[in-house]
Design a binder for this molecule. Structure first.
Ligand code: SF4
Length: 45
């Protein structure tokens, strides 16, 4: 996965409590992953 320069900043505001997720703070990856499964990311529920 690409390094995201905003990851640490985004993680501070992330409301998802699934801890081992490698996408946490990389919001484009998070949205694409859940959208592909017909789901909403935790922060949009
Ligand atoms: S919503 Fe899904 S992809 Fe996004 S941080 Fe949580 S577990 Fe990871």
């Amino acid at each position: 996965m690409k390094k995201c320069e905003n990851q640490e900043k985004n993680k501070k505001d992330c409301t998802c409590d699934y801890e081992p997720c490698e996408r946490k703070g990389i919001c484009c990856e998070c949205i694409a992953y859940h959208r592909g499964k017909g789901q909403m990311p935790a922060c949009l529920k």
